[in-house]
Design a protein around this ligand. Structure first.
Ligand code: AP5
Length: 217
């Protein structure tokens, strides 16, 4: 299963991708997580990406391509099953992904579009907590960790993402609205797109994904 998870900030892409990938059979790659790792490591790429991320803007394609395609492998030993979470975000990124996957004869199989209202997503992000170590997402209102401030999965420290500040969230949404229409249309035309109601409870969304997208043949 080679898949892409699309959707606005706070739609639950990362939460669902982590649940699907938890059994180790699917590689989960989030461009947001990969970029934050670079920022935290203080790499040259991270320094360039940081100012775009802090402002809620998309990071330039060449930086995102460098980091994502290196992780994906795209050659011998490449993961046969993956979820790309938060990539592509533009039609240009989708075209580049298709070109690279076609070159290795492993095209995408499914594109999941997480559909949610801006109000619902903003409400979630205003109370999201993220693990500094494994990047698992929690929610101070609806999905609290067992111990305050500590990740259930790895014991890491939980923090609030700088770009979950309401002003930055609004810019991220604006970016999403501007870029997503032609991206969704592109995947609709390809016949790969499946819409998921991302406002359903977490357990119901993952049940639908497992049944409709990730069912073992
Ligand atoms: P990124 O980290 O990818 O942010 P995003 O796409 O805006 O997505 P989020 O991580 O905010 O949300 P999510 O959908 O994963 O929701 P989550 O599961 O955490 O990108 C950050 C930045 O990096 C971008 O702004 C950009 O600068 C740069 N970047 C990244 N990719 C790029 C690219 N391809 N090109 C250029 N730049 C790029 O859930 C959110 C909250 O909701 C949590 O608290 C969770 O517990 C809760 N929740 C989840 N599901 C449910 C549910 N069903 N019901 C109730 N609560 C739920």
């Amino acid at each position: 299963m080679r898949s892409v998870f699309l959707g606005p900030p706070g739609a639950g892409k990362g939460t669902q991708a982590r649940m699907i990938a938890a059994d180790g059979t699917v590689l989960h790659l989030s461009t947001g997580d990969l970029l934050r790792e670079e920022v935290n490591a203080g790499s040259a790429l991270g320094l360039k990406a940081k100012r775009f991320m802090d402002d809620g803007k998309l990071v330039p394609d060449e930086l995102v391509f460098e980091i994502l395609f290196a992780k994906l492998g795209l050659g011998k030993g490449m993961a046969r099953a993956f979820i790309l979470d938060g990539f592509p975000r533009t039609r240009a990124q989708a075209l580049e992904l298709d070109r690279r996957l076609a070159a290795v004869g492993l095209p995408l199989v499914a594109v999941v579009n997480f559909v949610t209202s801006e109000d619902a997503a903003v409400a979630r992000l205003s109370s999201r907590l993220v693990c500094r170590n494994c990047q698992a997402a929690y929610n101070a209102r609806t999905a609290r960790p067992a111990r305050d401030g500590i990740c259930d999965r790895c014991g890491g420290e939980l923090y609030r993402r700088h770009d979950d500040d309401p002003d930055v969230v609004r810019v991220r949404f604006q970016e999403y609205r501007q870029k997503s229409a032609e991206l969704v249309a592109y995947y609709q035309q390809s016949g790969l797109l499946r819409n998921v109601d991302a406002e359903l409870p977490v357990a119901e969304v993952v049940r639908q994904l497992r049944q409709q997208v990730f069912a073992k043949k």
